[in-house]
Every structure is written in structure tokens, then in C-alpha cells.
Design a binder for this molecule. Structure first.
Ligand SMILES: *Cc1c(COP(=O)(O)O)cnc(C)c1O
Length: 373
């Protein structure tokens, strides 16, 4: 028998998530070292030394189950954001929170709205519970078309709208004003998951206080992560802030120990290490300039990005991606985001960015000489 047939049709039709290629895999395949991975929007500075120290300390009690309520981490978040413990859900990465929102509120046949070219997990999490995703065509410049998303949500009586700000893989940004207009227009029974995975990378003049909106919009779920600016992607920890009833429902479907004890301890320390996040921000700002100037010099179009990555348009993208791999540089193809002519590169250290740009230049020259098919 075919065991796939035992799964519901909406599970069978899920297209698996395609992660960035791990360095170790490329090392095995090509037998080379010195590989630069700019494929998963990771922090090139690593993690905060304070977080590393906290992890080493936490390992001493690894035989014990974690605090299933994550008191210390919630407390640190409560103090930072002026919410209560009843507003916080902890997640095994913020992917977990996107799934918890889907599992808590969606039932087969429910409608979910998100933007074309938006983070792939919105579709995956919705489909996994049998909900129907509605992908709304992007606005000019690949950004979310919020007025069109509002209309789609109302017309289809959607249960959840997912918004990424900034969005991955496009890096596009929605202003606080645009978001507030959207939230005001939305009926209160439609939930909004505002995914702010790259919040810490926003330039000063673009920052906004979404947490303060929770009072006015009880249907709002804000999700954040320690994977990006905090440099803890391998540890898997994120959090959601929402109305206490929404939080209650999300916590009911949560695994009791979804965030391990090492991750909880590291996240508390990381949150306190404000200077590390600042250093990360500054490095990213400089690196973004380095890479976008380099792309311009190479005559390539890119989408202005507010995250720690940038998408650029390049002919023959799949072949170029493979050729870059051979040169020891891993970037991310985004054909699965309906952007087959684009690649996404994460901002790395200055030397990594330079290696990427020179490898890219080489690829383009080879392309011009007809050496890449
Ligand atoms: C990276 C990313 C996340 C977070 O992933 P986790 O590691 O699970 O926290 C969430 N949303 C977007 C848009 C991302 O790019």
C-alpha cells in the first residue's frame, strides 16, 4: 500500500519547506572548505557572548525538564515590553508560533490571507491544518498590498491574515501608518499575525511600536524571534505577544516543553545584551551598503531591503546559484516564492560580502562568455 494515502489530501499536497543549503553538505559534495553561507539570514557575528555564557551555565542542569511556563524569559519580555505574562507565548523559534496560531484557531476549510512572495511558512502552517490559503498579488515593488489583503480578508471571511514586516525574501517594509489603517479596517474576528522577525534591523526612522497596538487591537498577534539579530538560530526560540485570550488558546496547543532550558537561559541573556544587537545592526547597515553598491556596479537590479538580506534579479538564476556554490558561496534561490529570476543573499561580514561579490562577478563574466548554460 501507499502510506501517503493514509494522510489527508491537504497534507499530501504540502510542498516541503526548502531551507538554505548547510555548509557541511556543500563541503561533502565538493570536498572544499572556506565556504561562505549567505543563505539563511543568520547573524554573521554569531551569538552574544553573554548568551553563550548563559548556555554553558544552563547545561549544568540539562538533566532537568525546562520550566514549561518559561517564567524567567517571559518576565524579561514583560519588563521590556510592558505587557503581562498572560500576553506572552514562547515558541521553538517563531516558526512554532506561526504554527501555534494556525493550530489554535484554524479548522479545515477556513480561509487564510497572505501576500504573494511572503514567507513560505504561512502557507505551510495553514495547509497543515487543512485551511485554504489565499495569496494576494503583491503591490508594485513586490511589497504586501495591504488594501487588497484587507479586501480579500473581508470578502472571504478569513480567520487569519499573515503579514511579514519586513518581509522575507523580498525585504519590503510597511509603515506604521499603513499597518494601522489596515488594522482599523479589519473586523475584530479576523486575527492578524504580524511577523516581525527582522524588527531589530529597521533603521531608526522606520521603527514603530507595534506592542502599543495590542490594547486597541485584541485580534493582533505579534511574533518575534531570537534567530536573526540575536544570533540564536540554531537554538530555536521566539515569542508572540497577544491578547490574553488569544495567548491562552495558543498555549493550549503548545507542547509543554517546546522551548528547552538552554534556549530559555540564552534568550534572557541575549535580550539584556543591547550592545550586541546594536553592533549587529551597525554591521548589517554597512554590509547592506557594500552589497547593494556591489550589485549596482554589476548592473543588477535589487529590491531595497529592510532586513539582513537582499533579493537581486539575475538571468539564469538557477545556473548562477549552482555556479556560486562551486565557488564556495551559498545564497538562496527563491523560485519557490514565485521569483524564478531572483536570488537572495544574506548580509555577512565585510570579507564574506566581498567574497560573494567577486564570485558573482566571476559568474557574470562566465555567463557573458557563454560558459554557463
Ligand atoms: C527567519 C524568519 C522567521 C523566524 O524563524 P525562526 O528561526 O523559527 O524564529 C520568521 N519569519 C520570517 C519572515 C523569517 O524570515
Amino acid at each position: 500500500m501507499n502510506y501517503c494515502d493514509l494522510a489527508p489530501s491537504y497534507i499530501r499536497s504540502i510542498a516541503p519547506y526548502q531551507p538554505g543549503k548547510p555548509i557541511s553538505e556543500l563541503e561533502r559534495e565538493l570536498g572544499i572548505t572556506g565556504i561562505v553561507k549567505l543563505a539563511s539570514n543568520e547573524n554573521p557575528l554569531g551569538a552574544s557572548p553573554a548568551a553563550v555564557a548563559a548556555m554553558q551555565e544552563a547545561i549544568k542542569t540539562i538533566a532537568l525538564y525546562p520550566d514549561g511556563n518559561g517564567f524567567d524569559l517571559k518576565d524579561a519580555l514583560v519588563k521590556r515590553y510592558g505587557v503581562t505574562h498572560a500576553n506572552v507565548t514562547l515558541g521553538n523559534g517563531s516558526n512554532d508560533l506561526l504554527e501555534l496560531a494556525a493550530r489554535a484557531f484554524l479548522t479545515p476549510g477556513d480561509k487564510v490571507v497572505y501576500s504573494a512572495h511572503a514567507f513560505a511558512v504561512y502557507a505551510l502552517a495553514s495547509q497543515a491544518v487543512g485551511a485554504t490559503g489565499i495569496s494576494v498579488p503583491a503591490a508594485k515593488g513586490y511589497g504586501h498590498d495591504l488594501p487588497a489583503m484587507l479586501k480579500a480578508a473581508k470578502d472571504n471571511k478569513a480567520k487569519i491574515v499573515f503579514i511579514a514586516n519586513p518581509n522575507n525574501p523580498t525585504g519590503t517594509f510597511l509603515s506604521a501608518d499603513e499597518l494601522e489603517v489596515f488594522l482599523r479596517g479589519l473586523p475584530p474576528e479576523i486575527l492578524v499575525v504580524l511577523d516581525e522577525a527582522y524588527n531589530e534591523y529597521l533603521p531608526e526612522d522606520k521603527r514603530y511600536d507595534s506592542v502599543s497596538w495590542l490594547k486597541e487591537f485584541p485580534n493582533l498577534i505579534i511574533s518575534r524571534t531570537f534567530s536573526k539579530a540575536y544570533g540564536l538560530a540554531g537554538l530555536r526560540v521566539g515569542y508572540a505577544l497577544a491578547h490574553e485570550q488569544v495567548t491562552d488558546m495558543m498555549n493550549r496547543v503548545r507542547q509543554p516543553f517546546n522551548v528547552n532550558s538552554v534556549a530559555q537561559a540564552a534568550a534572557v541573556a541575549a535580550l539584556r545584551d543591547v550592545s550586541f544587537v546594536k553592533k549587529t545592526f551597525e554591521l548589517n547597515r554597512r554590509g547592506m551598503l557594500q552589497i547593494t553598491e556591489g550589485l549596482t556596479k554589476l548592473g543588477l537590479e535589487y529590491i531595497p531591503s529592510f532586513g539582513n538580506f537582499v533579493a537581486f534579479r539575475i538571468g539564469n538564476a538557477t545556473a548562477m546559484y549552482r555556479r556560486l556554490l562551486e565557488l564556495g558561496v551559498i545564497v538562496r534561490p527563491i523560485a519557490n516564492y514565485d521569483m524564478p529570476d531572483w536570488l537572495r543573499v544574506s548580509i555577512g561580514l565585510e570579507s564574506e560580502n566581498a567574497k560573494f561579490l567577486s564570485a558573482l562577478e566571476k559568474c557574470i563574466n562566465q555567463q557573458v562568455n557563454g560558459e554557463i548554460k
